[in-house]
Design a protein around this ligand. Structure first.
Ligand code: AMP
Length: 426
């Protein structure tokens, strides 16, 4: 099936062609028709599946008809990067439509945004905090919104934005189309969806392109050898752009400084940077001036840099979802990528869960002198009484850190996104 089937306006179709999209992705195939019919949609899909165009194209189609000069569509995103990225996607896909969009987020001048908003835009992509600020100042009018999109709703929940979202929604017309996209569906998001969406079409795209097109490697390593291991990998691996994740802002900063001192072309992205500095880092990473970016989770959300060949988890993410989102930064669209994760003794619980999900896609790697054999503490075997005669202590369920069995246990889960996998495998 091709994009012609959606019968998009010729000016929008030109944008699709300019982007080089030939075939709709599974999420686009399933969402575009009901959104174009005006239905509410709840999409369970991660970034990397093509979900931005899945809602941007029908929005542009709707806005081609009807009045111009006031805000008719609002897209709320958890991070500045995602807001900016969606704004850019609108600019490219809608470049022949003369529809205007503004990207609204904190950390930059309010006055410039007020000017942009006065410029009579039809679409706003926004982060909740700054949007509320504009609502309170009376510098944005949302009373004529026809479509509301909540993108990466689970991240907005993680970041504590749900109360803000409920406040914003009070300023929108009750009669509107609402689309909600989320990679996971925690109870709070389900209840938000129940309150905001009317008779929605539910669309679920299981595992996403990145998971399927990415190879995963775990390196068991003591904390103190992580930097040496990182350098070893950077020196010996054929890479394009490399995104390295740390757990804290201060570690992102100090690791970047260390690598910079050793001559690597490196930058960092974390919450302590001013917006111009963030943009500088991102632009430099995107255009290849910096080969390596050290980032924290929140800062890296929404980064769409197609040439990221490797994601390296210097620190293990805190949840399996966070892992999926991090590695979603590589293997974008049909590209492949590698995800390397450093696993310390404290991380084996999550490492074990990930192994169950990823099965044989996940390989353990060792590097002489740097990696170790860790004890497996994640799922201890039942403690046996020491009634043997060898005199050895009972092992208390600890055994060497080799994760080999049960690789196929989650076959069922993995086949969830079959259509999606097949699409991106083409
Ligand atoms: P998203 O999930 O919206 O962040 O999109 C992930 C990547 O897929 C972006 O680089 C998009 O430009 C790309 N993409 C979206 N739709 C298509 C398509 N139909 N064909 C090829 N690439 C696409």
């Amino acid at each position: 099936m091709s994009f012609e089937k959606f019968e998009l306006h010729a000016k929008i179709f030109a944008g699709v062609q300019a982007q080089g999209y030939v075939k709709p992705t599974p999420i686009q195939l399933e969402s575009i028709p009901p959104i174009m019919e005006g239905r509410d949609v709840m999409g369970l899909a991660q970034t990397g599946t093509g979900k931005t165009a899945a809602f941007v194209l029908p929005i542009l189609q709707r806005l081609m008809q009807g009045p111009r000069g006031h805000v008719r569509a609002l897209i709320i995103a958890p991070t500045r990067e995602l807001s900016e990225q969606t704004h850019k996607a609108i600019a490219v896909l809608g470049r022949r439509t003369e529809l205007k969009s503004a990207s609204i987020y904190g950390g930059v001048s309010v006055q410039n945004q007020i000017k942009k908003l006065r410029d009579k835009v039809e679409i706003i992509t926004a982060c909740p905090g700054r949007l509320l600020d504009h609502i309170n100042r009376g510098t944005v009018d949302l009373s004529k919104i026809e479509v509301l999109v909540l993108d990466e709703a689970d991240h907005m929940f993680d970041m504590g934005f749900l109360p803000d979202i409920r406040r914003i929604v009070k300023h929108l017309p009750k009669k509107r189309q609402t689309l909600l996209f989320s990679a996971t569906m925690p109870d709070d998001i389900r209840s938000l969806a129940n309150d905001l969406l009317q008779n929605p079409v539910n669309i679920k795209i299981g595992f996403t392109a990145p998971v399927e097109s990415v190879t995963h490697r775990f390196y068991p390593v003591p904390m103190e050898s992580k930097t040496a291991l990182l350098k070893d990998i950077l020196d010996k691996t054929d890479t394009e752009s490399v995104l390295v994740f740390t757990r804290t802002k201060s570690r992102a900063k100090s690791l970047a400084r260390q690598l910079d001192g050793s001559g690597y072309k490196v930058t960092s992205l974390h919450g302590n940077l001013t917006q111009p500095k963030r943009q500088q880092a991102l632009d430099g990473f995107r255009d290849g001036r910096y080969e390596i970016m050290i980032a924290t989770d929140i800062a890296a959300r929404g980064i769409d840099v197609t040439r990221i060949s490797h994601v390296i988890n210097y620190d293990m993410p805190s949840t399996a979802d966070a892992y999926t989102h991090r590695i979603g930064r590589t293997g974008r669209a049909s590209k492949t990528g590698d995800a390397f994760t450093f696993v310390t003794g404290q991380d084996v619980g999550l490492a074990h869960s990930l192994k169950k999900v990823l099965g044989e896609k996940l390989q353990y790697h060792s590097v002489d002198g740097l990696t170790v054999t860790l004890p497996l503490v994640a799922t201890p075997a039942p403690v046996r009484r020491n009634n043997n005669s060898s005199g050895r202590k009972p092992d208390n369920g600890r055994r060497p850190f080799t994760i080999s069995d049960k690789t196929n246990r989650n076959q069922k889960q993995r086949s969830f996104g079959e259509a999606n996998r097949q699409y991106w495998a083409q």
